[in-house]
Design a protein around this ligand. Structure first.
Ligand code: HEM
Length: 417
């Protein structure tokens, strides 16, 4: 991050450096970000940059498919993200959060990293794969998921097929996932039960040829959405709370908003969640200062011209949400936590906030992620008084998805109702 920041300060919005034998062109700032996100796939290829995901998502899925097929596969998920579905996820998220935090004693200490990780695994397994999966298989799922995640590291970026123990565990875990999910699909087909989850959406989906998706494809797309969404949401939830608790001047407004939202109507509806503007701005500021994905990559397949500069085919291009979102000309006093910077109606230039990507590969799960983080903190703030124990909150660059360094503990005391 230091290198990228200094590169931008000295050399401007485009420069290159060498990493592990590859030449990497770093683009930062809205104009350069726009060039990156607007380039067609046959020029800047996500597929070629993210091959490490293929053994996890499966053959022929997402980055292993042609860009057109990948687009079609992602579009199968759209019905699962419509308002009526979000409405039922909001209820599920609330139930999971209330159950999870309901098990905390009257007072004590908890690590946000552990809590958010566990809770978001429960939420995503239920909203994505369904009730039966969540009820029966939580423990096994957590272990399999851990083994799949263990397959993401720097080596996988260069060669995901090396005969390493962690890659063998990843492949075993994936085979078991296919087995489990195929079992659920078969049961649902037989009993004609319907779920309100991503799995149901994929079971109902029909390709351009009118055919239903195979169990392999269904599992692959579920794993794609779980992978894209669970750890990133967990980390965003950690940052949101840790930063708010580290800057308590911003807390009273968040708490007052919660009191107002639940006065007389204790139900957590989609509309109530959408109206939580103060909490939303706190999430947005956490996303700005600490985007879960700090770098997005593409393989350059055809030369790209940017002003005087040519990015040659064969090299790698990248953008960095972490660097772009701290440019002082756009975000004054960028290292200061200030959710109110998002209060103005003016907004910020396009492609200055890129934590959820942009262009044809922009994230499809942003609304789902925000909903989840809102529900979690709404429950926590209403049920507990909280105080941050580890007040020096800094990013942990050792992991692919960047959260606060461990431990990130809070002291809590249950509020009397
Ligand atoms: C805080 C949470 C999240 C963050 C920060 C995040 C971030 C991103 C980013 C940066 C990209 C673009 C990658 C690139 O251009 O190289 C992306 C793509 C994607 N995200 Fe998310 N994401 C989050 C949650 C989710 C969730 C919850 C889901 C699904 C339910 C999801 C599904 C996807 C998918 C399918 C893509 C690929 C889109 C495409 O290439 O067409 N994400 N996400």
């Amino acid at each position: 991050m230091g290198l990228l920041q200094r590169g931008r300060e000295r050399l401007g919005d485009i420069f290159w450096f060498r990493l592990a034998g590859s030449r990497i062109h770093a683009l930062t700032g809205p104009k350069a970000n726009a060039a990156f996100f607007q380039a067609p796939d046959d020029q800047l290829s996500a597929k070629e940059a993210y091959r490490f995901t293929v053994p996890i998502f499966g053959p022929g899925i997402a980055y292993d498919a042609t860009p057109d097929v990948m687009e079609e596969q992602i579009s199968f998920l759209f019905p699962a993200l419509k308002d009526e579905r979000l409405r039922s996820y909001a209820r599920v998220m609330e139930e999971e959060a209330e159950n999870y935090f309901g098990r905390w004693p009257q007072g004590g200490e908890a690590d946000l990293l552990t809590a958010m990780n566990e809770l978001t695994v429960f939420i995503s397994s239920r909203c994505l794969v369904g009730d039966e999966f969540r009820r029966r298989l939580s423990t096994e799922f957590a272990r399999l998921y851990h083994d799949l995640e263990g397959g993401i590291n720097l080596l996988a970026f260069f060669n995901p097929d090396l005969p390493l123990p962690s890659f063998k565990r990843r492949d075993r875990a994936r085979r078991r996932m296919v087995e489990i999910i195929s079992g659920i699909v078969a049961e649902r087909r037989e009993s004609r039960t319907q779920g309100e989850d991503f799995l149901q959406t994929l079971m109902a989906a029909r390709g351009g040829d009118g055919k239903a998706l195979t169990d392999e494809a269904i599992t692959g797309l579920l794993l794609t959405s779980i992978f894209a969404g669970q750890h990133t949401s967990s980390v965003l939830a950690c940052w949101t709370g840790a930063l708010l608790l580290q800057n308590p001047a911003f807390l009273p407004a968040v708490l007052a908003e919660q009191d107002a939202a639940f006065a007389g109507a204790p139900e957590m509806t989609l509309e109530a969640l959408r109206a939580m503007g103060v909490l939303e701005r706190a999430i947005r500021e956490a996303e700005r200062m600490h985007p879960p994905l700090i770098m997005l990559m593409r393989r350059i397949l055809k030369d790209v011209t940017y002003g005087e500069y040519v990015l040659p085919a064969g090299d790698i291009a990248m953008v960095s949400p972490a660097v772009s979102q701290r440019i002082p000309d756009i975000f004054p006093d960028p290292d200061r936590y200030n959710p109110d910077r998002f209060s103005s109606n003016e907004g910020f230039p396009k492609y200055s906030m890129i934590a959820f990507g942009g262009g044809r590969h922009a994230c499809i799960g942003g609304t789902f992620a925000y909903l989840q983080v809102k529900v979690i903190w709404s429950v926590l703030f209403r049920r507990f008084n909280l105080e941050l124990i580890d007040r020096d909150v800094r990013p942990n660059y050792r992991t692919f998805v960047v959260g606060p360094r461990p431990p990130c503990r809070v002291r809590y005391r249950r509020k009397s109702t």
